[in-house]
Design a protein around this ligand. Structure first.
Ligand code: PMP
Ligand code: GLN
Length: 383
C-alpha cells in the first residue's frame, strides 16, 4: 500500500515528545502545558452526580442549552457583548476542535491564512488539511508583540483568515486596545475572517484586562472566538471548550463540527453549566496563577537566564542567547536528561524552526514542584 501523507512535515507533537522524555528521565515536567494539580473536587462531584442521574447519552450537537446559556450570560457580564445562546454559542470537544472546525468552515483550497509566529502547533496543519496556504508573519521578538506593518504587507486578495492568539502561547503576550484597533483597521473593508484563540482569557496578570476580539464591533462580526474549559478549570484532560461566533459564521461552523465530533461529553457539560454559576471560579484565576508566576520568576532571577515576566497564560519564556549557542531543542533534551527539568524549545512553534535560543516553562504546577525545579536549575552546570 502507498499512502501519500497529507501532512508530510508533521511528526509527533513536541508536547508528547517532551512529556515522554520527562517521564523516562523522571524529570519535573514543565514542558507540556497542563496543571500539575487536580481540579476542584466539587467539579468531580458534579460530573459524578450527573452521570448517576443518567446524563450519559448524546448531548445536542450544539451543546446543552444550560451550558450555552450560562456562557452567553458570562460573556455579556464580562465583556458586555451579546451572543445568542441558541444560534451563536457552540460547545465543542476542546479548543482544538473549535480551531479545526472554524478553519475547515472558512478556508477553501488556495485561500491564504495569516499565522503569527511563533504559532500554536495545531494551526498550520488545520489550514493545510483544508487546502489553504499558511502565510507566516513573525511577531516582534523579544516582546512578541504583533508587527502590524508586516501583517498589512502579508494581506493579499487571497487572504481569507487571520489566526490570532491572546494571551499568547508560548510568550504570554497580551493584546492592547491598540492591537484590536489596528487589526480592525486592516480588515474593515475586506472579506477576511478572524479565528481568535483565547483559551488563556482568564490567566492574565498585573491587573491587565483581557480584551477579547469580540469587544470590537468590526472584529466581532467576522471572528470565531475559541475557548477552553480545560485551562480555566484545571481539567485539560476533559477536552471541552466552545466557539462563539455570529449566526452566519456559527451556521457554517456547526456544519463542520457535527461531523468532526458531533457532540461533546454530556455529564461534563451539565457539570460545567452548574459550576459556572459561581463566577469566583474563574475571576480568582489571575490571582492564583500570578502567585505561581511570581514564585517561578523570583527563582529564575537567581539563574543566568534572561526573561521578562509573562503577561498572561501559564508559560514563562527564558532566553539563554548570551550563555550558549547550543540549539534550543538540544538544550531542552540535555536539561531534561541531565538536570531533571523538562521544558519546550520554542523553535517548534516556527515553520522554519528558527532558533532564538528561548525556552518555555509551564508554571501551572504545585509550588513544591516549582521550587524543586528551580533548585535543580540553580544548581546545574548546563553552560
Ligand atoms: N490553543 C492554545 C494556545 C493552547 O495552548 C491549547 C492547549 N494548551 C489549545 C489551543 C488547545 O486547547 P484544548 O485542550 O481545549 O483543545
Ligand atoms: N497546549 C498545551 C501546550 O502548549 C499542550 C496541548 C497538547 O499537548 N496538545 O503545552
Amino acid at each position: 500500500m502507498n499512502l501519500p501523507s497529507k501532512l508530510p512535515d508533521v511528526g509527533t507533537t513536541i508536547f508528547t515528545v517532551m512529556s515522554q522524555l520527562a517521564n523516562e528521565s523522571k524529570a519535573i515536567n514543565l514542558s507540556q502545558g497542563f496543571p500539575g494539580f487536580d481540579c476542584d473536587p466539587y467539579l468531580v462531584d458534579l460530573v459524578t452526580r450527573f452521570m448517576k442521574e443518567g446524563k450519559n447519552q448524546y448531548a445536542p450537537m450544539t451543546g446543552i442549552p444550560e451550558l450555552r446559556e450560562i456562557l452567553s450570560e458570562k460573556t455579556k457580564s464580562l465583556y458586555q457583548v451579546d451572543y445568542n445562546s441558541e444560534s451563536e454559542v457552540t460547545i465543542v470537544s476542546g479548543a482544538t476542535d473549535a480551531l479545526f472546525s472554524a478553519v475547515s468552515a472558512v478556508v477553501q483550497p488556495g485561500d491564504e491564512v495569516i499565522l503569527l509566529e511563533p504559532a500554536y502547533d495545531s494551526y498550520a496543519p488545520a489550514v493545510k488539511l483544508s487546502g489553504g496556504v499558511a502565510v507566516f508573519v513573525p511577531l516582534n521578538i523579544p516582546e512578541f508583540s504583533v508587527d502590524w506593518d508586516r501583517v498589512k504587507d502579508a494581506i493579499t486578495e487571497k487572504t481569507r483568515v487571520i489566526m490570532v492568539n491572546n494571551p499568547h502561547n508560548p510568550s504570554g503576550y497580551v493584546w492592547t486596545k491598540q492591537d484590536l484597533d489596528t487589526l480592525a483597521g486592516l480588515v474593515r473593508d475586506k472579506n477576511i475572517f478572524i479565528i481568535s484563540d483565547e483559551v488563556y482569557e482568564h490567566i492574565i496578570f498585573d491587573g491587565r484586562k483581557h480584551l477579547s476580539l469580540m469587544c470590537h464591533p468590526v472584529l466581532k462580526e467576522r471572528t470565531f472566538i475559541c475557548g477552553s474549559f480545560g485551562k480555566t478549570f484545571h481539567v485539560t484532560g476533559w477536552k471541552i471548550g466552545y466557539c462563539l461566533a455570529p449566526k452566519p459564521l456559527s451556521i457554517e461552523f456547526r456544519k463542520v463540527h457535527q461531523f468532526v465530533t458531533f457532540s461533546t461529553a454530556t455529564p461534563l457539560q451539565f457539570a460545567l453549566a452548574e459550576y459556572l454559576k459561581d463566577e469566583r471560579k474563574y475571576l480568582d484565576l489571575p490571582g492564583f496563577y500570578q502567585k505561581k508566576r511570581d514564585l517561578f520568576c523570583s527563582g529564575l532571577s537567581e539563574t543566568d537566564f534572561k526573561f521578562t515576566p509573562s503577561q498572561g497564560s501559564f508559560f514563562q519564556l527564558v532566553s539563554y542567547k548570551h550563555l550558549s549557542s547550543i540549539s534550543d531543542y538540544e538544550l531542552s533534551v540535555k536539561m531534561c536528561k541531565e538536570v531533571g527539568v523538562a521544558c519546550i524549545p520554542i523553535s517548534v512553534f516556527f515553520n522554519q524552526k528558527e532558533d532564538h535560543k528561548i525556552l518555555r516553562f509551564c508554571f501551572a504546577k504545585s509550588d513544591s514542584e516549582l521550587l524543586e525545579a528551580l533548585d535543580k536549575l540553580n544548581s546545574s552546570n548546563l553552560f
